[in-house]
Design a protein around this ligand. Sequence first.
Ligand code: NOJ
Ligand code: CA
Length: 704
Amino acid sequence: MFKNFVSVVILFLSFCSLQAQELVSPNGNFKIKFALANDGTPSYQLFYKNKEVVKPSKLGLELQKDAKSLLNDFKIVEAKESTFDETWKPVWGEENSIQNHYNELAIRLKQNTTDRDIIIKFRLFNEGLGFRYEFPEQKNLTYFIVKEERTEFAMTGNHTAFWIPGDYDTQEYDYTESKLSEIRGLFKKAVTDNASQKQFSDTGVQTSLMMKTADGLYINIHEAALINYSCMHLNLDDKNFVFQSHLTPDAKGNKGYLQTPCVSPWRTIIVSDDARDVLASRMTLNLNEPSKIEDTSWIKPVKYVGVWWEMITGRSSWAYTDEVPSVHLGVTDFTKTKPNGKHAANTKHVKEYIDFAALHGFDGVLVEGWNEGWEDWFGHEKDYVFDFVTPYPDFDVKGIHEYAKSKGIKMIMHHETSGSTRNYERHLDKAFKFMNDNGYEAAKTGYVGNILPLGEHHYSQSILNHYQYVVEKAADYKIMINAHEAVRPTGICRTYPNMIGNEAARGTEFQAFGGSKANHTTILPFTRLMGGPMDYTPGIFETNISKVNPGNNSQVNTTLANQLGLYVVMYSPLQMAADLPENYNRFLDAFQFIKDVPVDWATSKYLEAEPGYYLTIARKDKKSNDWYVGNSNGYNARTATINMDFLEKGKKYEATIYADAENADYKTNPQAYKITKQKVTNKTKLQLKTAAGGGFGISIKEIK
Ligand code: NOJ
Ligand code: CA
């Protein structure tokens, strides 16, 4: 069933040969033109269905001053065309087999005056373009320092964009929908507070960037396989609508230290006249290497609850005591301090969560605030914050492990580093061994606050190398990683499938920090999720946060039914039921959907999609013939159409529909939902009303 063929045509070019090359995608929808200007500057141009999508755009890298830049003075010495077609099976995912089919054009360029070679490699898929720079090993190019990558993405007009501010340290922003020309004027308003943040330009935006053209084309720009390089942002020349790559600098202002042979990440441009194709694209994964972990049997999707939301809402605390103003780890004796009575990670309370998880069929329980150090955990740029192995006096590691094991529950470890990457690296082996010894198979890591070493950024090359080191080291210990505040993913989970989650966007926690925009989750699948799954932590049923903590007036800006839809809409092999058990106990009938919904899928169908407005996705369970449909709706109440032709012909199913009630509204009546059941077949077409900020979840079970 696996097909894999490669054909290669090599064109050796003489000095006076063509200075232009073309490549077409396997389905013929895409074409690129590569050209060299008179001064030897390379450029590319992209067409979709014969329409220009990217105008001629320059390629190259500016190097630090001791070396001539790789910007111009090139000639083409070789152009190699090939085709690749293979089907592979992800360890987990939105579908159980993925086709990787592309045409490739590798252009070898020689710089006349330096005799240095680089290769620009283009891959055209049926959904878009990936290209990267390759730097072969050679006498005249060994070590070099990147001052800036000078890749351009020249847009054809003043498109509509769904953007967040370009920032070296955080992606935890709400999206703004605007014309490209409006970004500058809206920029300041779009920058909201974060524990660590640094913008670089008031037309700087992050990838994955989603755009829509006036004639209905959807364009997505991102990167794939971001390894040993710095994270790319886009800086817009808003007179000409040209995006320029802008890499994240390090403490010295440099943007990359490279040693040949090496490659840049892939720059990706996905284009379609149907927004659903953007979601269905597997290009980002396909541009990453196959799994480097041979035995993946220990990597398992996880549905979990956690001692978490009560701290996020401010009802409980991570800290054990209010008595110590600052912690000296190993010196401060917590057994001699007075507990503050709000420390949630205590053995008794954790066991209640384990009981709840076991009763309702969850896989795991996350506990935050279990280890010493939370009394002054961030804001001081403190190096030695946590040691990741020393519990507070009221957290019985062994007892909890035994209790969880007896109930069939896996504990999930929490490693907050508060940005001190080198402190984490110091303790990593011990911390992972401690996890192995105590039955923890997954760690949630976190990087709140400014990065240490000081002056580095969350998205600079050496810090990205830290995140990567943690994922690879974790694999040695058979540990799965879910990193918060790390760089946004770029499909690396194909190569390291133990990276089962990432945050790297504005997650549900912000609903308790004042709220997120009501259409946030209609945008995330087109932006943040293009690179890989997100630990979004949905499932908040009590939308009035003051009912959880009277001191917190935040409002969750969605309906309850929307929260259910997110388990399908926001694909992740790691899904949390984030609310408090007491809130689930109040709405057990709706909670049933969260209990039932799988976290691993055989196939996915994108039924309706418009970024910023609505999304309806159907997915088939990997382990049964059951289907689940989810919807997230934006600001305008709407009727969704679900054509069930994806169901197997001749089979009968029962659908349980968890929808917004007639009078539901995210602001005025968020908890109004109704649950109905009906028989369905592949001929059924459903019309379902969704409220403003609403949505729905449907489980469709085969009747045997
Ligand atoms: C921010 C993370 O996103 C959140 O999930 C976590 O609870 C806190 N940091 C504390 O580590
Ligand atoms: Ca966060």
